[in-house]
Design a protein around this ligand. Sequence first.
Ligand code: ATP
Ligand code: MG
Length: 381
Amino acid sequence: MTDKPSQERILVIDDELGVREGCRRVLEPAGYAVATASSGHEGLRLLREQPVDLVLLDVVMPDVRGIDLLGPIHELDPDIVCVIITGFATVELAVQAIKAGAYHFLSKPFSADLLLLAVQQGMERRRLSLETKRLHIMERETADLTRAKEELERLDKFKTTFMFTVAHELRAPLSAIQSFLVAMLKGYVPPDKRDEMLQRTVERTSELLELVDDLLKLSAAKNEQKQLRREVLSLADPLEKVFALQRVRADEKRIACRLEIRQRPRVEANADQMVQLWTNLISNAIKYTPVGGRVAVGLAEKDGWAVGTVQDTGIGISPDDQARIFDEFYRTPQAKEFELRGTGLGLPLVKRIIEAHGGTIEVESQLRQGSRFTFRLPVAT
Ligand SMILES: Nc1ncnc2c1ncn2[C@@H]1O[C@H](COP(=O)(O)OP(=O)(O)OP(=O)(O)O)[C@@H](O)[C@H]1O
Ligand SMILES: [Mg+2]
């Protein structure tokens, strides 16, 4: 059994009892639900209580003119169809009412057929305008869905590329380790070379572990649902810790390291990630600076931001590459030539961490002159 379409509702607002009851006698047998009101105010009250599809509206009533009700009626529902009932003397007013948004008018006295025709046409008009609205909404929803679908496809493509690169990066050290082991197992390696080969196997294994660790950190930083524990801490604490550790490597390369802590801004942050942040920026500066160069690290507080800077006199980054070094796995040609090893996951991790903490990072650099990374994190309130 299918549902009967809900009954269409009509309100007759007219101060003449004869007109109200006459309309009811014609419209109810035709299947409409009819309510009546003998004044403009009563009509508005009924409309607020019970929505209708169509209003038959007397043009002149003792309390208010029909034309003045059009505004309030359409405010309740812009798609209510209003048909004006008018006497011969007030046709002029009816024309004005049509200009003001009424759909049609009927001149008294009118026949049952004319009334039915006007009402049927009015209802058709209402169905059409409701349908048009529904279509507009559907069009908008379709556009939203299309956009969401494109975004998903983009993400999916990114993930596929990412997985491909990860697999590719993992494959090189793994296959090197495998060939070392096979060579030794088959006895291809003379005894005096064994230690050296084992040493290389260990190095490749560390490389693999480093890559896997970086991937894990990156995925932790990317996973926003799994909020890492944050606390209010002074950004200078992890900096001092990291600086002391990195200094050893800098000394090996005879790189002069300077640390200038002007203020000790407090930030609400994950402590481990603040260590990762400083470690990656400072280790990059040392890694990409030739022997005898300089590295300067600074921390200050300005306008509600903790501002960290890491500056070096290293190989530099070309303007084109400055936009790409925050992409996963990207390493500049100069960096690859200068330092064989590197995953290209350090800066993407840095950027992720900073953005997750509501901050920003930027780089200024000139090839063969040096680079300066500046990041800002909001100071804890
Ligand atoms: N201080 C710097 N000077 C010059 N180039 C830099 C500097 N820091 C980063 N880069 C460039 O950005 C790239 C990405 O840096 P990132 O830290 O992500 O990777 P990486 O240092 O190559 O590898 P890893 O961090 O695993 O050792 C580097 O390969 C290098 O090309
Ligand atoms: Mg790095």
